[in-house]
Write a protein that binds this ligand. Structure first.
Ligand SMILES: [Zn+2]
Length: 478
């Protein structure tokens, strides 16, 4: 039954909701927010796709922003190995002098994964920065042009405020993180090491998770798994398929792959993954939480590992994984196969040795007919970064102040970021952004209709600005 009073209450209530929504949307942006959005838009609308785009115009545009803000030309470097793959590096000078602490490096990549307009929603274009229903849409809005734009905006804001840091702040915006041939970080470290040498690096790879619109946790990426490929190969004399013989390359390979599919590498934790499970247990359901706590106490606890392994993401955090990804075999429908081959892609925990992973594969296949070759094209060790208290402490302090009492969770990425180049040289690197998203609906990096929540873009702006201040004014670190 609907009474006039109830109806009235409902009308008032719904108009309040509308007013609140409008109020949130229409709240005017501050000049700093407008600047960040303007830089963000400029970056998203330059097509920096790894293969079909061009990174250099984006590097030049950011260099121009730095010059216009008053940074001297000698502190702005633009360069790269080829015409379309330039990087830009700014040095924001601190007090300097003898004994000055090493710089803090803010790193973001300018390139993006390819995107086709036809793959996106009709009203969106991957290279047109679009604001809709509380989100910014466009290729790179999440990966990694939010951080790139916020670092540039932070440098300009600090400069306007006359801020002089204790240590230099370096901002490096680089090419080909998404798999091109001219990785900017690799190139800078090999050709201009002094430009990017730092005490610590802040990069992508971390961020906040929202649940029901509220902050759940803030993650700090401090380690990542190491990539390796192995080819499994069976050869055979072959022959006419009308006269099958007992040994068959396809069957032998298939049997080996079935064995592999049932195998799990042993649990191998490091300080980062141990801390990850400790912190994640705090927000997990009772059974999973208990299993995580038990595993941290005793990594040999098989029962606990079984419970955790039910979640593929958690499973890949606690052990090396190897999985078949490509298959080929045979040469004609009417011939016995002379060759059968599979690619097995491994993501090794950072402490694993590739030779021992290879030996494990040979053991598991347990068939001398299956040869196992290491076909990894690029080797890169990536030891976990030590959880430096100056950095983690700053992240924890800001997280508490801005987002409430939520855990700061160290994580190990199962994929790779450019942090590995620094970690391989012993320079600690941390993935942290203060950019919160809901993994159930916003995980669209590399995919269709990539987006970032407007409200959280600007919260991340404040977070990264404050973090830059804290990290560049902290006490010297040897
Ligand atoms: Zn990225």
């Amino acid at each position: 039954m609907t009474t006039p009073l109830r109806q009235a209450v409902r009308i008032v209530a719904s108009s309040l909701v509308v007013a609140a929504a409008l109020g949130a949307q229409q709240k005017p942006l501050t000049p700093h927010q407008l600047l960040a959005r303007d830089i963000y838009k400029e970056l998203v609308e330059i097509n920096t796709s790894v293969r079909t785009g061009n990174i250099t115009p984006a590097a030049n545009a950011m260099a121009r922003r730095f010059r216009d803000a008053g940074f001297p030309a000698r502190d702005i470097f633009v360069g790269g190995p080829t015409e379309k793959k330039h990087n830009v590096v700014l040095r924001y000078r601190g007090r300097g002098g003898p004994g000055a602490p090493k710089p803090v490096l803010l790193l973001a990549h300018l390139d993006v994964v390819e995107a086709l307009k036809t793959d996106w929603s009709d009203d969106l274009d991957p290279f047109k920065f679009t604001e809709r229903d509380g989100f910014y849409y466009g290729r790179g809005t999440a990966d990694d042009k939010a951080m790139a734009s916020l670092f540039v905006a932070a440098a300009i804001r600090l400069k306007q405020e006359g801020y002089v840091p204790q240590r230099d702040i370096i901002i490096a915006l680089t090419a080909d993180e998404e798999g091109g041939d001219y990785n900017g970080v690799d190139w800078l470290l090999k050709n201009h090491r002094t430009l990017v040498d730092a005490a610590w690096v802040i990069n992508e790879g971390g961020g906040g998770a929202l649940r029901d619109g509220k902050p759940l946790l803030q993650s700090v990426q401090a380690a990542e798994k190491v990539y390796a490929d192995f080819t499994l190969r069976v050869t055979n004399a072959g022959g006419h398929s009308s006269v099958p013989r007992a040994d068959n390359a396809i069957y032998q390979l298939a049997e080996g792959l079935v064995k592999l599919s049932k195998f799990q590498f042993p649990v191998e934790l490091n300080p980062v993954s141990r801390a990850f499970f400790e912190q994640t247990a705090r927000g997990e359901k009772p059974e999973m939480a208990a299993a995580m706590t038990a595993l941290v106490r005793n990594p040999a606890d098989v029962g606990a590992a079984e419970v955790i392994a039910r979640d593929p993401r958690y499973n890949s955090m606690m052990r090396t994984t190897c999985v078949a990804t490509l298959l080929k075999g045979g040469h004609a429908p009417n011939a016995l196969p002379q060759l059968a081959e599979a690619n097995v892609n491994c993501r090794m925990v950072p402490t694993a040795a590739k030779t021992s992973v290879q030996a494990t594969l040979v053991n598991v296949l347990n068939d001398s007919a299956i040869a196992v070759f290491d076909t990894t094209t690029e080797d890169r060790a990536s030891p976990p970064s030590e959880m430096r208290p100056e950095v983690i402490g700053a992240v924890e302090k800001l997280t508490r102040e801005m987002f409430g009492d939520i855990p700061v969770v160290p994580t190990m990425s199962t994929g790779a970021t450019d942090s590995r180049y620094f970690r391989a040289l012993g320079i600690p690197a941390f993935g942290v952004s203060g950019l919160f998203s809901d993994p159930t609906v916003d995980a669209r990096a590399h995919g269709r209709d990539e987006r970032v929540r407007i409200e959280w873009y600007f919260k991340a702006q404040e977070f990264l600005y404050q973090l830059t201040r804290l990290l560049s004014s902290s006490v010297p670190v040897p």
